[in-house]
Design a protein around this ligand. Structure first.
Ligand code: FDP
Length: 341
């Protein structure tokens, strides 16, 4: 009798939430999938782990952002006596430091630096990063993100870094991803074999596979654009917005590219940042914003263009080059393009 009660208890505990399998950690997933990568030497895997580690530190800072303000209001300084730094600068420091330490990266292009940062001549990879995207949302507790693109250098490791290593087209990315600091923190990445999403479990300090093989719906009903600027959009873009309204689509615009993109990838939708009177070539940066999301969108079955040309085919002439950006569900991007934006 005693024996059967124990057995019943054991069964109920096993099926309860606390005994549920914790699933695949990011580390294990990276290790298990290392062979998919054509230069499977382990360095790219290490690089992805370095990014994940830095993102955990940034996540901690993001979650304390409100407290930093409170401390600032009391006139406090950190233990070293420095004034509190802005979160986007802090994020840049965290990612640069993590990537410099690893030794896999020879050069880093960041939104926060005018020129590229020369890290280690022996590194085989170039990384482009927007350490904290959607910075106007930091102070108001709205989702923000980190976006990264990884390229293999063209010249031999050990030699000085050249422009051809840095100015590569998006189609040459070997991996790309983003971290979304939202209602939960997620890391989503691709190495060109589909897209996988991992959710951060803060009490365990680990990312767990939560969204395997992400697929963007071919169609959707969400359009994301800063309509406040519509007076300076082209007629084509204005007509497309009108079309969205006639179709009774839903407007959703967070103003954090990563968050808007992520929602549209899961639910189906389109994000547009077109050319405007203020930014004739668009506002967003090709190298560390659009290329990564275009790569992920395509890997998830979506599409990304500048209104005419595939984002991943655009020649890169300078580090901080801007572009118009139409990204999301394939049929929606095609439809938007048919309005000749
Ligand atoms: P932000 O200027 O706040 O950093 O990357 C730039 C970006 O945010 C995107 O994240 C966002 O989608 C867009 O700009 C918002 O721009 P607008 O305020 O002009 O709509």
């Amino acid at each position: 009798m005693q024996r059967s009660i124990n057995k019943a208890n054991a069964t109920s505990i096993e099926s309860s939430r606390i005994a549920q399998s914790i699933g695949f950690t990011l580390d294990r997933f990276i290790k298990n999938n290392q062979d998919q990568f054509q230069y499977a030497s382990g360095e790219l895997s290490q690089l992805l782990r370095d990014i994940a580690l830095a993102s955990k530190v940034v996540n901690r800072e993001v979650n304390k952002a409100g407290l930093i303000d409170i401390m600032g209001a009391l006139g406090s300084q950190n233990t070293a006596g420095d004034n509190q730094q802005k979160l986007d600068v802090l994020a840049n420091i965290r990612f640069t430091r993590a990537l410099a330490k690893g030794g896999e990266v020879c050069a880093l292009v960041s939104e926060e630096s005018e020129s590229f940062v020369d890290l280690s001549n022996d590194g085989k990879y170039v990384i482009a990063i927007d350490p904290l995207d959607g910075s106007s949302n930091i102070d108001v507790n709205v989702s923000i993100g980190t976006i990264f693109s990884i390229y293999r250098r063209k010249t031999s490791p050990g030699t000085p870094i050249q422009h051809i290593d840095i100015l590569q087209k998006g189609s040459e990315q070997v991996a790309a991803g983003y971290v979304l600091y939202g209602s939960s923190t997620m890391l989503v990445y691709t190495t060109g074999h589909g897209v996988n999403g991992f959710t951060y479990e803060p009490s365990l300090g680990e990312y767990f596979l939560s969204h395997p093989n992400l697929n963007m719906p071919d169609d959707g009903k969400i359009y994301s654009i800063n309509e406040g600027l519509s007076d300076s959009f082209s007629n084509g873009v204005r007509s497309y917005i009108q079309y969205c309204k006639q179709q009774r689509y839903t407007a959703r615009y967070i103003g954090s590219l990563v968050a808007d993109f992520h929602r549209n990838m899961l639910k189906g939708g389109i994000y547009i940042y077109p050319a405007t009177a203020k930014d004739a070539n668009g506002k967003l940066r090709l190298m560390y914003e659009c290329n990564a999301l275009a790569f992920i969108a395509e890997q998830a079955g979506g599409k990304a263009t500048d209104g005419k040309v595939r984002i991943l085919d655009i020649e890169l002439k300078e580090l901080h080059q801007r572009t118009a950006f139409f990204v999301g569900s394939k049929n929606m991007v095609d439809q938007a393009q048919s309005f000749k934006p």
